[in-house]
Design a protein around this ligand. Structure first.
Ligand SMILES: Nc1ncnc2c1ncn2[C@@H]1O[C@H](COP(=O)(O)OP(=O)(O)OP(=O)(O)O)[C@@H](O)[C@H]1O
Ligand code: SF4
Ligand SMILES: [Mg+2]
Length: 369
């Protein structure tokens, strides 16, 4: 979402953020290789909202989240939290700011120290901050246990005494003990039994309402994202393919990748009448990806040039951005100066006739716009 970022309603803003990881060794031409985990991502997150990040495994969701909370330094770009550039803060200010940003992980058991009891796990951040007495810490732990649906009698037990869902409740209690404003939930239910998914999601929603938290919600599960997210991005191989209001994206998905993800989810009502789009091939390597569209190898509508021509993000409707050269989605006037639209091959033209986005209505409405 390459919109201009400013304004106090945004708790976190990313501007043209890229993260490259070095790869050992060189190519045949002695060029150093790198993994492009996140590339040129711009987004902004409103206070009190839930921001979704979706995409297949390895597309850069966790790297993006770790960059948001300052755990991974971007190779390029800027991350602003509450108006301050996170990577320009001195050590003391960074430490203080980090207390306002917390994270919960996919696998609660590995995020909890098995040798600690519940009291010590939950109160550890408070102990490290060093400004609470023993009694205050205990009282706060009891308060949080009740908030997350556990009992004060659980305080001396160890993580292995609990089910996965209960362990995630402990992890949630720990994550909010310092009263953060911003919580990243990295696949918070995907390692748990399906029967407890709804309970944990409801708990997160209740806590958000009570404490006024802002969430970043990372998930493979589009149905969940649809239910709980206000705004979102769909990522593929480190790039944002589509972003903006979750309602706009689910009501009117425009990117071929989003559409493939949505038509694969049979229990959403997004594409009841549309056939499932099966993407061929695997996700390509993020090592030195193409300059143009990173989705071109798997896109059923790739055009000559999609591989090489950079794809701008275009706002196709209010708060709905798409990065695709697909001709029906974008009238010529929408392309920024300096970008030539790729030319369609005969093969692409043939495939395009069956493109689920190509309805007379959509072509007309875009052309009239
Ligand atoms: N510390 C690291 N060093 C080198 N490469 C990394 C590092 N962290 C992530 N990567 C690579 O960056 C890419 C993005 O990884 P990331 O973990 O962000 O993806 P993800 O979308 O969270 O995947 P998943 O859904 O499996 O959790 C992957 O190719 C991954 O191998
Ligand atoms: S049509 Fe081209 S730009 Fe659009 S998703 Fe397919 S390969 Fe990418
Ligand atoms: Mg991840």
């Amino acid at each position: 979402m390459n919109e201009k970022t400013s304004g106090s309603d945004y708790i976190l803003e990313m501007e043209n953020v890229s993260v490259d990881f070095p790869v050992k060794g060189f190519t045949a031409f002695l060029k150093r290789q790198k993994i492009s985990a996140v590339s040129d991502v711009s987004l902004r997150i409103e206070k009190g909202q839930t921001f979704g990040v979706v995409g297949e495994s390895g597309c850069g969701k966790s790297t993006l989240a770790n960059t948001m909370i300052g755990m991974v330094k971007p190779t390029a770009g800027r991350v602003t939290f509450k108006g301050k550039n996170l990577f320009e803060l001195d050590r003391k200010s960074f430490k203080k700011t980090r207390r306002d940003m917390q994270m919960i992980f996919q696998d609660p058991f590995s995020s909890l120290n098995p040798r600690f009891n519940v009291h010590d796990i939950i109160s550890e951040p408070l102990l490290i901050r060093g400004d609470a007495t023993e009694e205050e810490m205990k009282a706060r732990v009891v308060e949080l246990l009740e908030l997350v649906g556990l009992s004060k009698d659980d305080i001396d037990r160890h993580p292995s005494d609990f089910s996965g869902g209960q362990q995630q409740r402990i992890a949630i209690a720990r994550s909010i003990i310092l009263n953060p404003d911003f919580l990243v939930c990295d696949e918070p239910v995907s390692a748990l039994d399906v029967s407890v998914h709804a309970q944990i999601l409801n708990l997160l929603t209740e806590i958000q309402e009570k404490l006024g938290l802002t969430y970043v919600f990372i998930s493979h599960n589009l149905a969940v994202v649809k239910n709980i997210c206000d705004r979102m991005v769909v990522m593929y191989l480190g790039k944002v393919m589509e972003g903006g209001s979750a309602k706009a994206i689910f009501d009117n998905p425009r990117h071929p990748y989003t559409l493939a993800l949505l038509t694969a989810v049979l229990d959403t009502d997004v594409d009841k009448e549309k056939e499932e789009i099966i993407l061929e091939g695997d996700i390509p390597s993020p090592i030195d990806p193409p300059q143009g569209c990173r989705f071109w190898q798997r896109c059923p509508h790739a055009m000559e040039g999609c591989k090489n021509v950079p794809v701008p993000e275009v706002e196709i409707e209010r708060d709905h951005y798409v990065a695709c050269h697909h001709v029906n989605g974008f009238p010529d006037t929408d392309l920024p100066e300096g970008y030539d639209r790729p030319v369609k091959t005969e093969e692409a033209e043939r495939k395009d006739k069956s493109h689920p986005l190509k309805t007379e209505e959509s072509v007309e409405s875009k052309t009239d716009a």
